[in-house]
Design a binder for this molecule. Sequence first.
Ligand code: NAD
Length: 361
Amino acid sequence: MEKNIALIPGDGIGPDVVAEAVNVLNTVASKFGHKFNYETVTAGGCAIDKFGKPLPQEELDKCLKSDAVLLGAVGGPKWDNLPSELRPEKALLGLRGGMKVFANLRPAVMWKQLKDACPLKDEIVGDGLNILIVRELISGIYFGDRGTAADGKSAWDTEKYTWSEIERIVRMGFEFAQKRQKRLCVVDKANILNSSQLWRKVTESVKEDYPDVALSYLYIDNASMQLVRNPRQFDVIATSNMFGDILSDEASQITGSIGMLASASLGDGGPGLYEPIHGSAPDIAGKNLANPLATILSAAMLLRYSFGLEKEAKVIEDSVNSVLDEGYRTGDIAGSHLDELKSSGKLVGTKEMGKLVVERI
Ligand code: NAD
Protein backbone atom coordinates (compact mmCIF):
# COMPACT_ATOMS: atom_id res chain seq x y z
CA MET A 1 0.00 0.00 0.00
CA GLU A 2 1.31 3.49 -0.86
CA LYS A 3 -0.04 6.47 1.13
CA ASN A 4 0.75 10.14 1.66
CA ILE A 5 1.01 11.41 5.21
CA ALA A 6 1.12 15.11 6.08
CA LEU A 7 3.33 15.74 9.12
CA ILE A 8 2.81 18.75 11.35
CA PRO A 9 5.68 18.68 13.86
CA GLY A 10 4.59 22.09 15.23
CA ASP A 11 6.29 23.62 18.27
CA GLY A 12 8.03 22.64 21.51
CA ILE A 13 8.28 18.85 21.87
CA GLY A 14 6.15 18.38 18.72
CA PRO A 15 9.17 17.86 16.40
CA ASP A 16 10.85 15.55 18.98
CA VAL A 17 7.89 13.18 19.25
CA VAL A 18 6.83 13.26 15.59
CA ALA A 19 10.36 12.22 14.55
CA GLU A 20 10.03 9.06 16.66
CA ALA A 21 6.57 8.27 15.28
CA VAL A 22 7.94 8.58 11.73
CA ASN A 23 10.71 6.09 12.56
CA VAL A 24 8.05 3.70 13.81
CA LEU A 25 5.88 4.20 10.69
CA ASN A 26 8.87 3.59 8.43
CA THR A 27 9.74 0.40 10.29
CA VAL A 28 6.17 -0.84 9.91
CA ALA A 29 6.23 0.09 6.22
CA SER A 30 9.36 -1.91 5.52
CA LYS A 31 8.19 -4.91 7.56
CA PHE A 32 4.79 -5.11 5.85
CA GLY A 33 5.75 -3.91 2.35
CA HIS A 34 4.06 -0.48 2.37
CA LYS A 35 5.34 2.91 1.24
CA PHE A 36 4.54 6.05 3.18
CA ASN A 37 5.42 9.41 1.60
CA TYR A 38 5.64 12.42 3.89
CA GLU A 39 5.06 16.10 3.36
CA THR A 40 5.92 18.51 6.16
CA VAL A 41 3.32 21.14 7.04
CA THR A 42 4.25 24.31 8.93
CA ALA A 43 1.51 25.22 11.41
CA GLY A 44 1.31 26.79 14.86
CA GLY A 45 3.90 29.12 16.35
CA CYS A 46 6.54 28.19 13.78
CA ALA A 47 4.11 29.24 11.01
CA ILE A 48 3.57 32.59 12.75
CA ASP A 49 7.34 33.08 12.71
CA LYS A 50 7.67 32.02 9.08
CA PHE A 51 4.47 33.31 7.42
CA GLY A 52 2.91 35.67 9.97
CA LYS A 53 -0.12 33.39 10.53
CA PRO A 54 -0.72 30.09 12.33
CA LEU A 55 -2.19 28.15 9.40
CA PRO A 56 -1.70 29.58 5.92
CA GLN A 57 -4.12 28.20 3.31
CA GLU A 58 -1.34 26.46 1.35
CA GLU A 59 -0.29 24.57 4.49
CA LEU A 60 -3.90 23.50 5.13
CA ASP A 61 -4.12 22.44 1.46
CA LYS A 62 -1.19 20.06 1.97
CA CYS A 63 -3.25 18.37 4.71
CA LEU A 64 -6.39 18.24 2.59
CA LYS A 65 -4.66 16.45 -0.26
CA SER A 66 -2.95 13.92 2.02
CA ASP A 67 -4.38 10.56 3.06
CA ALA A 68 -3.89 11.32 6.78
CA VAL A 69 -2.32 13.95 9.01
CA LEU A 70 -0.06 13.40 12.04
CA LEU A 71 0.36 16.39 14.36
CA GLY A 72 2.81 16.85 17.26
CA ALA A 73 1.72 19.92 19.23
CA VAL A 74 1.51 23.67 18.76
CA GLY A 75 2.00 26.71 20.96
CA GLY A 76 4.40 28.07 23.53
CA PRO A 77 5.20 31.11 25.66
CA LYS A 78 6.83 32.92 22.74
CA TRP A 79 3.42 33.45 21.14
CA ASP A 80 1.29 33.76 24.30
CA ASN A 81 0.82 37.51 24.09
CA LEU A 82 -0.35 37.69 20.48
CA PRO A 83 -3.97 38.66 19.71
CA SER A 84 -6.27 35.62 19.75
CA GLU A 85 -6.63 35.31 15.94
CA LEU A 86 -2.85 35.02 15.72
CA ARG A 87 -2.39 32.45 18.48
CA PRO A 88 -0.87 29.08 17.51
CA GLU A 89 -3.98 27.29 18.85
CA LYS A 90 -5.92 28.88 15.97
CA ALA A 91 -4.08 26.39 13.77
CA LEU A 92 -5.86 23.55 15.59
CA LEU A 93 -9.31 25.06 15.06
CA GLY A 94 -8.38 25.86 11.45
CA LEU A 95 -7.28 22.27 10.85
CA ARG A 96 -10.38 20.74 12.45
CA GLY A 97 -12.75 23.07 10.61
CA GLY A 98 -10.81 22.97 7.31
CA MET A 99 -10.53 19.17 7.33
CA LYS A 100 -14.19 18.88 8.48
CA VAL A 101 -13.28 16.35 11.14
CA PHE A 102 -16.44 16.27 13.23
CA ALA A 103 -15.67 13.42 15.65
CA ASN A 104 -12.85 13.32 18.14
CA LEU A 105 -11.89 9.88 19.44
CA ARG A 106 -10.04 9.79 22.71
CA PRO A 107 -9.20 6.33 23.99
CA ALA A 108 -8.51 6.49 27.72
CA VAL A 109 -6.38 3.41 28.22
CA MET A 110 -4.73 2.57 31.49
CA TRP A 111 -1.69 0.40 30.82
CA LYS A 112 -1.42 -2.20 33.56
CA GLN A 113 2.32 -1.47 33.85
CA LEU A 114 1.54 2.15 34.79
CA LYS A 115 -1.12 1.38 37.39
CA ASP A 116 0.91 3.25 40.01
CA ALA A 117 0.21 6.52 38.21
CA CYS A 118 -3.57 6.08 38.49
CA PRO A 119 -5.04 8.18 41.30
CA LEU A 120 -7.87 5.67 41.92
CA LYS A 121 -7.81 2.68 44.27
CA ASP A 122 -6.80 -0.72 42.94
CA GLU A 123 -10.23 -2.26 43.50
CA ILE A 124 -11.78 0.45 41.33
CA VAL A 125 -9.50 0.08 38.31
CA GLY A 126 -8.99 -3.69 38.51
CA ASP A 127 -6.50 -4.77 35.88
CA GLY A 128 -6.91 -1.76 33.65
CA LEU A 129 -9.26 0.60 31.88
CA ASN A 130 -10.11 1.05 28.25
CA ILE A 131 -12.75 3.68 27.52
CA LEU A 132 -13.35 5.32 24.16
CA ILE A 133 -14.87 8.80 24.19
CA VAL A 134 -16.44 9.94 20.93
CA ARG A 135 -16.78 13.70 21.19
CA GLU A 136 -18.60 15.97 18.72
CA LEU A 137 -15.95 18.42 17.59
CA ILE A 138 -17.21 21.15 15.30
CA SER A 139 -20.59 22.26 16.63
CA GLY A 140 -22.41 22.92 19.91
CA ILE A 141 -21.70 25.72 22.35
CA TYR A 142 -18.11 26.30 21.21
CA PHE A 143 -19.39 27.27 17.78
CA GLY A 144 -22.87 28.63 18.61
CA ASP A 145 -24.06 32.22 18.69
CA ARG A 146 -22.38 34.19 21.47
CA GLY A 147 -22.12 37.73 22.65
CA THR A 148 -21.57 40.18 25.44
CA ALA A 149 -24.05 42.96 26.13
CA ALA A 150 -22.92 46.52 25.44
CA ASP A 151 -22.82 47.32 29.16
CA GLY A 152 -20.63 44.28 29.77
CA LYS A 153 -23.06 43.05 32.46
CA SER A 154 -24.32 39.98 30.64
CA ALA A 155 -22.96 37.47 28.17
CA TRP A 156 -24.27 34.37 26.41
CA ASP A 157 -23.23 31.29 24.46
CA THR A 158 -25.60 29.00 22.60
CA GLU A 159 -25.69 25.21 22.53
CA LYS A 160 -27.27 24.31 19.21
CA TYR A 161 -27.24 20.95 17.41
CA THR A 162 -28.90 19.73 14.27
CA TRP A 163 -30.30 16.22 13.84
CA SER A 164 -27.59 15.26 11.33
CA GLU A 165 -24.73 16.58 13.49
CA ILE A 166 -25.95 14.36 16.33
CA GLU A 167 -26.75 11.35 14.18
CA ARG A 168 -23.25 11.04 12.71
CA ILE A 169 -21.69 11.04 16.20
CA VAL A 170 -24.15 8.62 17.72
CA ARG A 171 -23.82 6.22 14.78
CA MET A 172 -20.04 6.38 15.13
CA GLY A 173 -20.43 5.59 18.84
CA PHE A 174 -22.60 2.53 18.04
CA GLU A 175 -20.18 1.35 15.35
CA PHE A 176 -17.16 1.56 17.62
CA ALA A 177 -19.11 -0.19 20.40
CA GLN A 178 -19.89 -3.03 17.96
CA LYS A 179 -16.15 -3.57 17.48
CA ARG A 180 -15.42 -3.39 21.22
CA GLN A 181 -17.40 -4.45 24.29
CA LYS A 182 -20.78 -3.62 22.69
CA ARG A 183 -21.78 -0.98 25.22
CA LEU A 184 -22.60 2.63 24.36
CA CYS A 185 -23.41 5.35 26.88
CA VAL A 186 -24.78 8.65 25.55
CA VAL A 187 -23.98 11.47 27.96
CA ASP A 188 -26.16 14.58 28.05
CA LYS A 189 -28.21 16.84 30.31
CA ALA A 190 -31.62 15.86 28.95
CA ASN A 191 -33.40 16.68 32.22
CA ILE A 192 -32.77 20.37 31.46
CA LEU A 193 -31.47 21.08 27.96
CA ASN A 194 -33.60 20.93 24.81
CA SER A 195 -30.50 20.20 22.77
CA SER A 196 -29.82 17.14 24.96
CA GLN A 197 -33.40 15.97 24.46
CA LEU A 198 -32.71 16.04 20.75
CA TRP A 199 -29.57 13.90 21.33
CA ARG A 200 -31.83 11.30 22.99
CA LYS A 201 -34.47 11.47 20.26
CA VAL A 202 -31.85 10.94 17.55
CA THR A 203 -30.25 8.09 19.52
CA GLU A 204 -33.63 6.38 19.98
CA SER A 205 -34.28 6.71 16.24
CA VAL A 206 -31.08 4.91 15.21
CA LYS A 207 -30.63 2.34 17.99
CA GLU A 208 -32.67 -0.32 16.15
CA ASP A 209 -29.84 -0.49 13.61
CA TYR A 210 -27.47 -1.72 16.33
CA PRO A 211 -29.42 -4.41 18.22
CA ASP A 212 -26.21 -6.02 19.47
CA VAL A 213 -25.16 -2.88 21.40
CA ALA A 214 -26.40 -2.25 24.96
CA LEU A 215 -27.39 1.42 25.06
CA SER A 216 -27.53 3.57 28.18
CA TYR A 217 -27.87 7.27 28.97
CA LEU A 218 -26.29 9.30 31.76
CA TYR A 219 -26.56 12.94 32.70
CA ILE A 220 -23.21 14.68 32.52
CA ASP A 221 -23.05 15.35 36.27
CA ASN A 222 -23.65 11.68 37.04
CA ALA A 223 -21.27 10.54 34.26
CA SER A 224 -18.42 12.59 35.70
CA MET A 225 -19.03 10.97 39.12
CA GLN A 226 -19.33 7.47 37.65
CA LEU A 227 -16.04 7.91 35.83
CA VAL A 228 -14.17 8.00 39.14
CA ARG A 229 -16.56 5.76 41.09
CA ASN A 230 -16.79 2.87 38.65
CA PRO A 231 -14.94 3.63 35.39
CA ARG A 232 -14.99 0.00 34.26
CA GLN A 233 -18.73 0.26 33.54
CA PHE A 234 -17.86 2.30 30.42
CA ASP A 235 -16.93 1.01 26.99
CA VAL A 236 -17.83 3.76 24.47
CA ILE A 237 -19.18 7.17 25.46
CA ALA A 238 -20.71 9.47 22.83
CA THR A 239 -21.34 13.08 23.73
CA SER A 240 -21.41 16.73 22.72
CA ASN A 241 -18.45 19.02 22.22
CA MET A 242 -18.34 20.66 25.65
CA PHE A 243 -19.28 17.58 27.70
CA GLY A 244 -16.74 15.54 25.72
CA ASP A 245 -14.04 18.13 26.29
CA ILE A 246 -14.46 17.90 30.05
CA LEU A 247 -15.07 14.14 30.33
CA SER A 248 -12.10 13.22 28.13
CA ASP A 249 -9.73 15.26 30.29
CA GLU A 250 -11.16 13.61 33.40
CA ALA A 251 -10.76 10.18 31.82
CA SER A 252 -7.18 10.92 30.80
CA GLN A 253 -6.31 11.94 34.34
CA ILE A 254 -7.53 8.58 35.59
CA THR A 255 -5.13 6.79 33.27
CA GLY A 256 -2.18 8.53 34.87
CA SER A 257 0.04 9.98 32.18
CA ILE A 258 -0.51 12.66 29.61
CA GLY A 259 2.46 11.31 27.68
CA MET A 260 0.65 8.06 26.81
CA LEU A 261 -2.64 9.27 25.35
CA ALA A 262 -3.40 9.34 21.64
CA SER A 263 -6.32 10.82 19.74
CA ALA A 264 -7.93 10.81 16.33
CA SER A 265 -10.31 13.26 14.69
CA LEU A 266 -12.35 11.85 11.86
CA GLY A 267 -14.74 13.22 9.27
CA ASP A 268 -16.68 11.77 6.38
CA GLY A 269 -14.06 9.86 4.43
CA GLY A 270 -11.50 12.70 4.11
CA PRO A 271 -8.08 12.52 5.78
CA GLY A 272 -8.14 12.01 9.55
CA LEU A 273 -6.13 14.11 12.00
CA TYR A 274 -4.07 12.20 14.57
CA GLU A 275 -2.32 13.75 17.54
CA PRO A 276 -1.23 13.12 21.12
CA ILE A 277 -3.48 14.85 23.64
CA HIS A 278 -0.59 16.67 25.34
CA GLY A 279 0.60 20.15 24.43
CA SER A 280 3.99 21.40 23.29
CA ALA A 281 5.57 21.07 26.78
CA PRO A 282 7.98 23.99 26.27
CA ASP A 283 9.66 23.16 29.61
CA ILE A 284 11.19 19.99 28.15
CA ALA A 285 11.35 20.78 24.41
CA GLY A 286 14.50 19.72 22.57
CA LYS A 287 15.94 18.09 25.71
CA ASN A 288 15.30 14.46 24.76
CA LEU A 289 12.91 14.21 27.73
CA ALA A 290 9.47 14.01 26.08
CA ASN A 291 7.58 10.74 26.06
CA PRO A 292 6.99 9.90 22.37
CA LEU A 293 4.55 7.05 23.06
CA ALA A 294 1.34 9.13 22.76
CA THR A 295 2.42 10.18 19.27
CA ILE A 296 3.54 6.67 18.36
CA LEU A 297 0.13 5.38 19.51
CA SER A 298 -1.53 8.14 17.47
CA ALA A 299 0.37 6.81 14.45
CA ALA A 300 -1.08 3.36 15.24
CA MET A 301 -4.58 4.88 15.22
CA LEU A 302 -3.76 6.51 11.87
CA LEU A 303 -2.89 3.14 10.37
CA ARG A 304 -6.03 1.56 11.80
CA TYR A 305 -8.65 4.21 11.02
CA SER A 306 -7.34 5.96 7.91
CA PHE A 307 -5.58 3.08 6.15
CA GLY A 308 -7.46 0.06 7.53
CA LEU A 309 -4.13 -1.51 8.58
CA GLU A 310 -5.31 -3.28 11.74
CA LYS A 311 -2.46 -5.79 11.92
CA GLU A 312 0.16 -3.05 11.57
CA ALA A 313 -1.55 -0.88 14.22
CA LYS A 314 -1.65 -3.82 16.59
CA VAL A 315 2.06 -4.51 16.08
CA ILE A 316 2.85 -0.95 17.20
CA GLU A 317 0.59 -1.25 20.27
CA ASP A 318 2.08 -4.65 21.16
CA SER A 319 5.59 -3.22 20.83
CA VAL A 320 4.73 -0.36 23.21
CA ASN A 321 3.30 -2.95 25.58
CA SER A 322 6.53 -5.00 25.43
CA VAL A 323 8.72 -1.97 26.09
CA LEU A 324 6.62 -1.13 29.16
CA ASP A 325 6.65 -4.78 30.28
CA GLU A 326 10.43 -4.74 30.11
CA GLY A 327 10.38 -1.82 32.51
CA TYR A 328 11.56 1.06 30.30
CA ARG A 329 10.14 4.47 31.26
CA THR A 330 10.52 8.10 30.29
CA GLY A 331 10.60 10.56 33.20
CA ASP A 332 6.88 11.38 33.09
CA ILE A 333 5.88 7.75 33.67
CA ALA A 334 8.67 6.86 36.10
CA GLY A 335 6.45 7.54 39.14
CA SER A 336 8.29 6.97 42.39
CA HIS A 337 10.86 4.64 40.80
CA LEU A 338 13.14 7.30 39.36
CA ASP A 339 16.31 6.29 41.24
CA GLU A 340 15.77 2.57 40.65
CA LEU A 341 15.22 3.19 36.94
CA LYS A 342 18.30 5.36 36.71
CA SER A 343 20.54 2.77 38.26
CA SER A 344 19.13 -0.05 36.13
CA GLY A 345 19.51 2.03 32.93
CA LYS A 346 15.79 1.83 32.24
CA LEU A 347 15.11 5.54 32.52
CA VAL A 348 15.21 6.56 28.86
CA GLY A 349 14.86 9.67 26.73
CA THR A 350 12.66 10.43 23.71
CA LYS A 351 15.03 8.93 21.15
CA GLU A 352 15.82 5.80 23.15
CA MET A 353 12.10 5.15 23.79
CA GLY A 354 11.38 5.51 20.07
CA LYS A 355 14.24 3.13 19.25
CA LEU A 356 13.05 0.53 21.78
CA VAL A 357 9.62 0.46 20.08
CA VAL A 358 11.21 0.25 16.61
CA GLU A 359 13.38 -2.70 17.68
CA ARG A 360 10.34 -4.63 18.92
CA ILE A 361 8.47 -4.15 15.64
P1 NAD B 1 1.39 20.48 28.08
O1 NAD B 1 0.61 19.26 27.76
O2 NAD B 1 2.29 20.98 27.01
O3 NAD B 1 2.29 20.20 29.39
C1 NAD B 1 1.75 19.90 30.67
C2 NAD B 1 2.81 19.17 31.50
O4 NAD B 1 2.95 17.84 31.03
C3 NAD B 1 4.20 19.81 31.41
O5 NAD B 1 4.87 19.66 32.65
C4 NAD B 1 4.91 18.96 30.38
O6 NAD B 1 6.31 18.92 30.53
C5 NAD B 1 4.28 17.60 30.59
N1 NAD B 1 4.19 16.84 29.34
C6 NAD B 1 3.35 17.06 28.30
N2 NAD B 1 3.56 16.19 27.32
C7 NAD B 1 4.57 15.40 27.73
C8 NAD B 1 5.26 14.31 27.13
N3 NAD B 1 4.97 13.85 25.91
N4 NAD B 1 6.27 13.74 27.83
C9 NAD B 1 6.60 14.17 29.06
N5 NAD B 1 5.98 15.19 29.69
C10 NAD B 1 4.97 15.81 29.02
O7 NAD B 1 0.36 21.59 28.53
P2 NAD B 1 0.60 23.15 28.86
O8 NAD B 1 1.89 23.31 29.61
O9 NAD B 1 -0.65 23.59 29.46
O10 NAD B 1 0.74 23.85 27.45
C11 NAD B 1 1.97 24.17 26.81
C12 NAD B 1 1.68 24.74 25.45
O11 NAD B 1 1.05 23.76 24.63
C13 NAD B 1 0.73 25.95 25.48
O12 NAD B 1 1.17 26.88 24.52
C14 NAD B 1 -0.61 25.34 25.08
O13 NAD B 1 -1.46 26.27 24.50
C15 NAD B 1 -0.17 24.29 24.08
N6 NAD B 1 -1.11 23.18 23.91
C16 NAD B 1 -1.19 22.64 22.67
C17 NAD B 1 -2.00 21.53 22.45
C18 NAD B 1 -2.01 20.93 21.08
O14 NAD B 1 -1.17 21.27 20.26
N7 NAD B 1 -2.92 20.00 20.80
C19 NAD B 1 -2.74 20.97 23.50
C20 NAD B 1 -2.61 21.53 24.77
C21 NAD B 1 -1.79 22.63 24.97
